[in-house]
Write a protein that binds this ligand. Structure first.
Ligand code: AMP
Length: 600
């Protein structure tokens, strides 16, 4: 049997039979598990705080450190030179409790925000969990961000504490301190006793701290994490998550990633993005597994070596990375013993069917695509170990999650009937992917932007901003974004943020930024630039503007390509018409642009 993608290509269905798998999956029968599941039962699988309440750090670390898993390896860091640093649950609990005590000592209160600008090193993991234990809110920043995104997020989030390294501090923060009045403490993880003006030596503070014994008595609805994400216009949006999210991390770790206690699990995402926090830190630790962390960036041989030498059993990665491995050729995997691997999942961008099948050929396992976003806090739609895979499909909603494809009106908003949103009429019709509110990891607000938050809900549903279809059998298929946001190498990039940085270049009058398809990265960022009067296009100027944007935004966000244009197209309200730029770039019909308005 084969299944058709929405574009009409047929791919063979990958059949699953739970009884033939090396480990019996937690979700052996999708329909039965879905019918039996309740979030209340999931809550009961966690221990809760001794005096009542719920705290992520307690569920992820403290309860294990106090029980039979104390000596188990919680985190295994693979350093640049390949050497390992292992931390047990008991050891992690000590580091976490010390970090929490340092915050208390500095007078950082419940709900106040602690930021990080750090690579994947042990101090980052202790800082995330220590902040949660202390009842403060953690906001991780991607360490490859340039100074502009760092300053903007620290300002928007009123960061009180920043944990970083000396060199990142000097390069990206020191010059901006005057602009960050709320930032009281900068903690350097590598101060080594040598003073750096305006900062504190974290190691020294940790050494002398008296570990905080009991976690703050947080309630399920108390804020825990802040993750910035990008929209089409305006500033980045700070999605606020609560301690109760841990219930969804537990359930999705169990059903979508099929984590079992003796797993060695590797999530390749950086905690600067939501996947790296929810599934690089919280979900594996809640399940008491060993989580591998690679301190380095993607390198084909290094990655195969880690999978083989660390005997990784469950691997959660991203389409861009898988496409890079695929491009490097199957023979690159040949010398490595990947026999420990039993489950591979991917998230963040569309996963092409070719890659799902490549997995089967090169790794001996298909890739299980799953879908979610910063706002959902956890996996919402997934392919499961024991469910047939239709390559190209995102799978089916998690137990406890209700998803729908809603009909959209001409204003791109859902069509309402009697106050309820209307689903598309037929299987296969394209509409907006929506989720019924009520799952525990749903974001509870955009920081200081109530109206923007409210706009995400209509007719009884949370609107994801993605376009999708559902087939006759309930599998969901991703069609595209409903807005202009760009996904490059799995990173969500707001075109407005890039346009704003470009417009600070003295030669640039205006810029329009779009994503253009890329075989490996999914999309890359391209800018159309209108120059100021008197400035002439040249290749030097092009390079100069690209360099300027990289210094401001960081290489992950800055445009890879710039094209000079005489005049940018605008909507009637004066906004750059990105959709038209994109249609022209791709040679697609320009459509009736007179009605187009950029979504806020
Ligand atoms: P972020 O909030 O940065 O995690 O990005 C979320 C967005 O990434 C979603 O709204 C989708 O547009 C895209 N995305 C995530 N997972 C998938 C997937 N499995 N297939 C297609 N797109 C995805």
């Amino acid at each position: 049997m084969s299944a058709e993608t929405p574009t009409g290509t047929a791919w063979p269905v990958i059949r699953k039979d739970a009884s033939t798998l090396a480990v019996l999956p937690h979700l052996a029968d999708y329909d039965a598990e879905r019918a039996a599941f309740s979030w209340d039962d999931a809550r009961r699988a966690l221990s809760g705080l001794p005096g009542g309440g719920l705290n992520i750090a307690h569920e992820a670390v403290d309860r294990h450190a106090a029980g039979p898993l104390a000596a188990r390896e919680a985190l295994r860091f693979v350093r640049a030179d390949g050497s390992l640093e292992s931390i047990t649950y008991a050891g992690l609990a000590d580091r976490v409790s010390r970090f929490a005590a340092v915050l208390r000592g500095l007078g950082v209160g419940r709900g106040e925000r602690v930021f990080s600008l750090l690579g994947r090193r042990p101090e980052l993991y202790a800082a995330v969990l220590g902040t949660l234990k202390a009842g403060s809110v953690f906001c991780p920043l991607f360490s490859a961000f340039g100074p502009d995104p760092v300053r903007q997020r620290l300002r928007l989030g009123s960061g009180r504490v920043l944990v970083t390294t000396r060199s990142l501090y000097r390069k990206k923060v020191a010059a901006l301190r005057a602009d960050l009045p709320d930032l009281q403490h900068v903690l350097l993880v590598d101060a080594d006793g040598a003073p750096e003006p305006g900062t504190l030596d974290l190691a020294a503070l940790l050494d002398t701290a008296e570990p905080l014994e009991a976690a703050a008595a947080t309630r399920p609805g108390d804020y825990a994490l802040l993750h910035f994400t990008s929209g089409t216009t305006g500033t980045p949006k700070g999605a606020q998550h609560v301690h109760e999210a841990v219930v969804a991390h537990w359930a999705t770790g169990r059903f979508a990633l099929d984590l079992h206690e003796d797993d060695v699990y590797w999530c390749t995402a950086d905690p600067g993005w939501v996947t790296g926090t929810s599934y690089g830190i919280i979900a594996p630790l809640v399940h008491g597994v060993t989580a591998v962390v690679d301190e380095e960036e993607l390198d084909v041989d290094r990655w195969y070596r880690i999978l083989a030498e660390q005997r990784v059993t469950v691997w959660y990665t991203a389409p861009t990375a898988l496409r890079m491995l695929m491009k490097a050729g199957a023979e690159r995997a040949a010398g490595y013993d990947l026999s420990a691997l039993r489950f591979v999942a991917s998230v963040g961008e569309p996963l092409n069917p070719e890659v799902v099948l490549w997995g089967q050929e090169s790794l001996g396992l298909p890739i299980h695509d799953n879908w979610w976003q910063t706002e959902t806090g956890g996996i919402m739609i997934a392919n499961y170990a024991a469910m047939d895979i239709r390559p190209g499909s995102m799978g089916k909603p998690l137990p406890g999650v209700e998803a729908a494809v809603l009909m959209r009106g001409p204003d791109d908003r859902p069509v309402l009937r009697d106050g309820e949103a209307v689903e598309v009429e037929h299987a296969g019709d394209v509409g907006e992917l929506a989720l019924r509110p009520g799952w525990p990891s749903m974001f509870r607000g955009y920081l200081n932007e109530e109206a923007r938050y409210r706009k995400c809900f209509a007719g009884g549903w949370y609107l994801t901003g993605d376009l999708a279809t559902r087939d006759d059998d309930g599998y969901f298929w991703f069609v595209g974004r409903g807005d202009d946001v760009i996904k490059s190498s799995g990173h969500l990039i707001g075109p407005f943020e890039v346009e704003s940085a470009l417009m600070e270049h003295p030669a640039v009058a205006e810029a329009g930024v779009i994503g253009v398809p890329d075989e490996v990265a999914g999309e890359t960022v391209k800018a159309f630039v209108e120059l100021r009067p008197g400035r002439e296009p040249s290749s030097e100027l092009r390079l100069d503007i690209i360099g300027f944007a990289r210094r401001r935004l960081g290489a992950a966000v800055a445009p890879r390509d710039i094209e000079f244009v005489e005049a940018l197209p605008h909507t009637r309200s004066g906004k750059v018409l990105r959709r038209l730029l994109k249609a022209r770039e791709l040679g697609l019909p320009e459509g009736d642009v007179s009605t187009l308005e950029a979504r806020p």
